[in-house]
Design a protein around this ligand. Sequence first.
Ligand code: FAD
Ligand code: 2HG
Ligand code: ZN
Length: 456
Amino acid sequence: MSERGAAVEIVGELIDIVGRGHVLTDPETNAGYRTDWTGRFHGHTDVVVRPANTAEVAAVLAVCHERGVPVVPQGGNTGLVGGSVPMHGELVLSTRRLDKIEHVDPVGRTLAAGAGVTVARVQQAAREHGLDIGVDLASRDSATLGGIVATNAGGVRVIKNGGTRAQLLGIEAVRSDGCVVTRWKELTKDNVGYDLPGLLAGSEGTLAVITRVLMRLVVPVPQTVVALVAVPSVDAALVLLDRVQRHGLRLEAAEFMTAAGVDLVCRHTGLRAPFGDDAPIYLLLEVPGAGEAENALSALFTDTVLDATLEAGPARTLWRYRERHTESISAESRTPAVKLDVSVPLRVLADFFTTLDSRLRDEHPDVRVICFGHIADGNVHVNVLDVPAEKQHAITDFVLRLVADHQGSISAEHGVGHAKAAWIELGRSANDIDTMKRIRAAFDPAGILNPHVLPR
Ligand code: FAD
Ligand code: 2HG
Ligand code: ZN
């Protein structure tokens, strides 16, 4: 490989591979590829290239490798840690044209599709066969299959199905030197050596460009009941969650919100307040079944419950209180929100909350904090609003150190990206980081794939 090269110098070669219409060099046309969904990360690039198939991805990467041009893979650009943004002028390789659903096998319950297919399209294809994918998230209309694999996305069904990694049966990906790696067996059991699909899950575009994905499918339950429940505290929410599970009700989803979050969502969306009085914490629970499940669930809403409303699933309106948090926060914050996706053990969740709230209030009285997330996973989305640019680092540092002090994880489901790269030592030991670097060097010795994300 030669010295680090500039993307602009390989434009002619890229046009030969993908065609003139798919090498975008005009800054106006490129704008949507340079900034992330939150508006917090603004990058710059001379070139966005949009290959249509694996062979074109391989040829593009071979040229970049040969000429030393750094590459940022990008799917739907809905990532919340800035990992899909060319922060240092990298070439952007967009996977959105890898958009074919290849097949759904209703017998073996598998689905094969290009990495650029959106989650919503995959869901629709599976549902046409009475099946579903095990992952669901509010960004479904834009987030891609390759993106959810590359971030090992979580979402609202982790409690039932596990994260994206757990849904992966196979993968096709292109290494930075253009070599295509295919691990593709429609089998539940296939223990021949290292789990390469599992390794690529959560690799954030640093090991290879994922081009095709083979997912297992799940059988959805025919009916569900959704409950929105007002409780006085985090501890009360955990008591109720435990009670529901011990009663034998299987949770399809268990989400939580706070009064501040629900209030913000109502203001932004025009939704009515869910109950007459605000409550400190709201739980959104979904369980399988119909009338009987509804009765069983309501019977558990006793001393610790302030108020509750139940509806037959999908209960889109109840879900809206939860799903519209991200967009409402983005719209209502005076500066791009500092978004910190973390998890802590359930036993310290209440303490984490109280400490976070009181210390932020004392030390940074000019910011607002809104927490919500996937309560059963201990996964809290700490969103800090109205943070002036000069305070972003200090606030991130404070929250992530508090998480580490509570034996938590600094990244539960969104990844590290640019947002948390400086804090990776809080999440992994030195030997662990060294091992990751060695794996990375084995896949991408030239160091051109998403070079500023994760340790190199
Ligand atoms: P991008 O944002 O384009 O990329 C994300 C990362 O993956 C980058 O590092 C990029 O380089 C890499 N990448 C993308 N495609 C490829 C590929 N084909 N090969 C190699 N690397 C690739 N996340 C959750 O986990 N749970 C949620 O519940 C959730 N809800 C969300 C709700 C909203 C409203 C929004 C805006 C985001 C949400 N997210 C959530 C975050 C985001 O949607 C996920 O991280 C998603 O997986 C990103 O997919 P994407 O296609 O947009 O990837
Ligand atoms: C969710 O669970 C997403 O809705 C987004 O992970 C979280 O906006 C966020 O902080
Ligand atoms: Zn989430």
